[in-house]
Design a protein around this ligand. Structure first.
Ligand SMILES: NC(=O)c1ccc[n+]([C@@H]2O[C@H](COP(=O)([O-])OP(=O)(O)OC[C@H]3O[C@@H](n4cnc5c(N)ncnc54)[C@H](OP(=O)(O)O)[C@@H]3O)[C@@H](O)[C@H]2O)c1
Length: 320
């Protein structure tokens, strides 16, 4: 079987996920059936999901080694440059599907295998390193705002933990949609940069000048009470992650008295990704990129994400 370079989880380490990362040779991915194709990856990006995987969240020991990475842009067998939709049908999984790197090998490698229907054309004018940010974090933010948050009916949006990949996406998208955007971040330098994206940046927990109609929550326990307090009557609090703990204390009186909707969401549909790609191309919206690291130094990309000191997406260039 042909061999390729890949970044993979060789074991789990909850305390020190970087210690569980190996960069080395792995077999090229096999094609489960005729509907799958193998792509040459040209760009990928990291997500918090990759750190969860190294910690052992969502993976079993008998699945190791598992190639990491959910996001990719690549060249298909016909030579077309394509964006990969990362959710694949997965018989045996209770959800009936999984994200690349959960059951099937991920994108942080020379090649990745996916069903043909998971490929979308790379829009003209969008660089591969930008498009590689969109399929997970940006898709999640897009669905949080549109389908779940019904942002079209909203005037003001709050984004918690605004330095993260999903959160910077939500700020940039909501601002491009013409909404008033508030964003919290623990870090003064990040607050300054968030303001540059069109948001009013505040410290976590700070009282906002108005209540908001949509809250974008990926932080969890550390910010949830502030999300509840900042929500206007009938607001949607949309949750897609809980980086700082998934068991917040919830004031239910506020939930029913203010008629709040707390909505969970995960990723988005292929149609959502097509809409997001078109929105970015047409409105000239580009992902917030923290750094672009060549694949030969992919360990540095992981260290950067793990440091928590990121602003936007950490991208991996597989052509450098
Ligand atoms: N369900 C889905 O489909 C889906 C998709 C993508 C991501 N996610 C989840 O969403 C979460 C964010 O993902 P990501 O890739 O955007 O992660 P990320 O880039 O690592 O960002 C995480 C952000 O959370 C904030 N944060 C972390 N710990 C905090 C704390 N103790 N108090 C306050 N803020 C804290 C930080 O913001 P500041 O430094 O600015 O305060 C940080 O930048 C993860 O839990 C991930 O698993 C879910």
């Amino acid at each position: 079987m042909p061999i390729m370079r890949a970044a993979f989880a060789s074991r789990f380490d909850d305390a020190d996920p970087l210690a569980a990362l190996t960069v080395g040779d792995q077999p090229e991915p096999s094609l489960p059936d005729d509907d799958w194709v193998s792509l040459r990856v040209t760009a990928s990006s990291l997500n918090h999901h990759d750190l969860w995987s190294l910690r052992g969240v969502g993976l079993r020991a008998d699945q190791l080694p598992m190639i990491l990475g959910c996001d990719a842009v690549g060249i298909d067998p016909d030579g077309n440059e394509v964006v990969v939709y990362p959710v694949v049908p997965t018989p045996g999984d209770p959800r009936g599907m999984s994200i690349l790197s959960e059951h099937f090998p991920g994108t942080l490698a020379e090649r990745v295998a996916v069903p043909r229907w998971n490929l979308l054309p790379l829009p003209a004018g969008l660089a591969a390193t930008d498009a590689a940010c969109l399929p997970t974090a940006w898709l999640t933010a897009w669905r949080m705002l549109t389908t779940k948050g019904r942002v079209a009916e909203a005037e003001a949006v709050l984004v918690q933990g605004a330095g993260g990949g999903v959160a910077t996406a939500a700020v940039a998208l909501a601002a491009a949609m013409g909404k008033r955007v508030y964003a919290t971040s623990r870090d003064a330098a990040k607050r300054e940069r968030i303001a540059g994206l069109g948001a009013t940046a505040v410290e976590p927990g700070a009282r906002l000048p108005e209540r908001v109609d949509v809250v974008i929550e990926t932080v969890g326990a550390a910010t949830f009470d502030h999300s509840l307090k900042s929500a206007a009557a009938g607001a949607r609090i949309v949750v897609s992650g809980a980086t700082a703990g998934h068991e917040p204390k919830v004031n239910l009186r506020r939930v029913f008295a203010m008629q709040l909707e707390i909505l969970g969401t995960s990723m988005g549909t292929p149609a959502d990704l097509a809409d997001l790609l078109a929105f970015c191309a047409e409105r000239d919206v580009r992902p917030v990129v923290d750094s672009v690291v060549p694949f030969s130094r992919v360990e540095e990309a992981f260290a950067r994400l793990h440091s928590g000191d990121v602003f936007g997406k950490v991208v991996v260039d597989h052509t450098a």
